[in-house]
Design a protein around this ligand. Structure first.
Ligand code: HEC
Ligand code: HEC
Length: 189
């Protein structure tokens, strides 16, 4: 009787320990793949570390972090650069392969980070190339932002311009409390 009780208590303690572990794993966003990326605050995204990527893919728009899209989506984008959202963004094949490998290794569905995992979840809508702005998570987070702050705002123009409203975007900080919409300021929903 006594032995059975102890066994049950032991099992309960193990279960508690395991759930505590699962929770802290889920909640701790600092454990990215590359420790060289420095400390990140809770909920942040690993910043871009590949300078070639920053130069080539940050020329026309914000250099989107690899953790903003799953690997399959990056594959489609990198393999259709000659028809890139109405532009020709073609690269030398060797450089393309290098940048794709970088994106692939750090993609949303390969990351341990909470924010990146959120971008990996759900489906990407739309019939063209995959967009960050058409991920389930992005849409949920921005569905209350009025279009007059975006399309009709000459300092923003498009939801694709992350850094226009997220001053910390380059460091991978998208925290909603840091948002500053040009001409509008802080956003209160
Ligand atoms: C010649 C200019 C140009 C270059 C270079 C370029 N892009 Fe783009 N990209 C665009 C345009 C234009 C859009 C559409 C932006 C919009 O709708 O506001 C876009 C959109 C995107 C989007 C979708 C953003 C969203 O709306 O969610 C991704 C992802 C993207 N580019 C990745 C890349 C990557 C990766 C590279 C480097 C290999 C790259 N781009 C290089 C012009 C460029
Ligand atoms: C027009 C301004 C604007 C642009 C452009 C924009 N965002 Fe946001 N974003 C916001 C606002 C406002 C919120 C907070 C919404 C709320 O509190 O309901 C937000 C919230 C977020 C969040 C959730 C933050 C949190 O603390 O939960 C993420 C992640 C995010 N944005 C990523 C992006 C990315 C990635 C891009 C570019 C592809 C982008 N945003 C472009 C305005 C913008």
């Amino acid at each position: 009787m006594r032995a059975a009780f102890i066994t049950v208590m032991g099992a309960a303690l193990i279960a508690l320990g395991a759930s505590g572990l699962a929770w802290s794993e889920h909640d701790d966003d600092r454990g990215g793949r590359a420790p060289t990326q420095g400390s990140r605050t809770r909920g942040d995204l690993a910043p871009v570390t590949n300078e070639g990527y920053r130069t080539e893919c940050g020329g026309c728009h914000f250099a989107y972090q690899p953790g903003l899209l799953p690997a399959a989506a990056w594959g489609r984008i990198m393999n259709t650069l000659d028809q890139h959202f109405g532009d020709d963004a073609s690269l030398d094949p060797a450089l393309k392969d290098e940048l794709l490998a970088y994106l692939d290794a750090n993609a949303a569905d390969r990351s341990d980070g909470k924010r990146a995992r959120s971008f990996a979840a759900g489906k990407i809508t739309g019939d063209g190339l995959p967009r960050i702005t058409q991920t389930t998570y992005f849409k949920r987070k921005h569905d209350e932002v009025p279009i007059r702050y975006v399309k009709d705002n000459p300092q923003v123009k498009s939801f694709s311009a992350c850094a226009a409203c997220h001053p910390g975007a380059d460091q991978g900080d998208f925290n909603e409390h840091q948002v500053n919409i040009p001409g509008v300021g802080r956003f209160e929903d």
